[in-house]
Design a protein around this ligand. Structure first.
Ligand SMILES: *Cc1c(COP(=O)(O)O)cnc(C)c1O
Length: 364
């Protein structure tokens, strides 16, 4: 019986090996490794892909969020509204600016920030909101933007799991005032190392992000602000250009697998993902909920199918945020105790997805 991997980054190299080899050779032979033609070309191509006016490459997804927050003037004494259920990077980016985190609980069916809960979370010090497009599905942006506008808040979307996702005809990367992307290898658009980017329509934010990410400098050895070093390198940019060409195709494969899962598992006791109206998820993860999560994972493993958990422990229950240990976020806590991610990615075919369905069904 063939092993069905949860994710297979090695496969993404094998699928594109001649082009990847050529990209690596081109960069190595150029003798230029930081801020060169590849990064510039990738920034143009990714801006074009998302429809955003600006794209600025940076070191990783966490720094992309931090750079935008800092560019928007968020810092000590400010509050930022952040989902209670997200990968911890979203929280850490806020913490790194010195601002405070105000967790907002999700809509339980979609796992994304609940716009109806923003009002109660708002404080006089609130400066920004970070909707996360969790598992590949854009957050419900229209009510979030309306709320932000009413209260003069800055909105940065965490699009680390949503390359190519669409909300009411608009691409992820153009939703909100700015978007932060990660190109961690396992993402829908992943490098072979770390990488990230900020996209925005706002000229000022773009200029500030670019400056902050490059030692506060736009001109060599002239430093106008206390920036830091967060750069996408030439090699990763060259790899990302090859993969960007494949992104829609591979997102389509994910969608096909998701359809097979949704159809095949609809009569099981599992809680299946729910996608909002006029929203296209890019299925970064296919997350179900199961009362006997450990039992199902074991059953899948016995049948050579890898499952995973995103995420086992919510940020406020992590040691990193021990000051929040007594805070009660029941929806997030319930979600974290039941979620389970089925294998998902372009390394799979329809037959693999069908086998996952049969094996899951046999569990009940
Ligand atoms: C991966 C991820 C990040 C962080 O990206 P890195 O490139 O690993 O720093 C941030 N937020 C979310 C939701 C993510 O999934």
């Amino acid at each position: 019986m063939k092993q069905i991997k949860f994710l297979d980054v090695g496969w993404t190299y094998q699928a594109l090996a001649p082009k990847m080899d050529a990209a690596a050779k081109r960069v190595l032979e150029s003798g230029w490794f930081i801020h060169g033609d590849e990064v510039e070309a990738f920034e143009k191509e990714f801006a074009l892909y998302t429809g955003a006016k600006h794209c600025i490459g940076c070191g990783n997804g966490l720094e992309a969020i931090e750079l935008v927050l800092r560019a928007a003037g968020v810092g000590p004494g400010d509050d930022v509204l952040v989902p209670s259920n997200t990968f911890i990077a979203t929280w850490l980016a806020v913490t790194r600016t010195g601002a405070n985190i105000i967790p907002v609980e999700p809509v339980e069916a979609t796992y994304n920030m609940d716009p109806a809960k923003l009002e109660a979370a708002l404080t006089p010090a609130t400066k920004a909101i970070i909707p996360v497009h969790l598992y590949g599905q854009p957050s419900d942006m229209d009510p979030i933007m309306a709320f932000a506008e009413e209260h003069g808040l800055f909105v940065v979307t965490d699009a680390a799991q949503a390359h190519g996702a669409v909300y009411k005809g608009r691409m992820s990367g153009t939703l909100g005032h700015a978007a932060a992307f990660s190109f961690y290898p396992g993402k829908n658009l992943g490098a072979f190392g770390d990488g990230g980017a900020v996209t925005t329509m706002d000229d000022k934010i773009a200029e500030r992000v670019r400056k902050l990410a490059n030692y506060g400098s736009t001109e060599k050895y002239v430093h106008e602000c206390k920036g830091f070093n967060s750069r996408l390198d030439e090699m990763q940019a060259a790899f990302l250009r090859v993969k960007l060409d494949k992104l829609d195709n591979w997102n389509w494969t994910r969608k096909t697998i998701a359809s097979i899962y949704l159809e095949g598992l609809k009569d099981t006791p599992l809680v299946l993902p729910v996608i909002g109206e006029d929203i296209q998820s890019v299925w970064h993860l296919f997350v179900v909920r199961c009362k006997d999560r450990d039992g199902l994972i074991k059953h899948l493993a016995e049948n050579k199918i890898e499952a995973s958990i995103h995420y086992p422990v919510p940020p406020h229950k992590q040691g990193a945020y021990e000051e929040m240990a007594t805070v009660s976020l029941p929806i997030s806590e319930r979600i974290h105790s039941e979620v389970l991610s089925l294998p998902m990615g372009p390394h799979m075919d329809e037959e693999d997805a069908q086998r996952v369905v049969e094996v899951v069904k046999a569990f009940f």
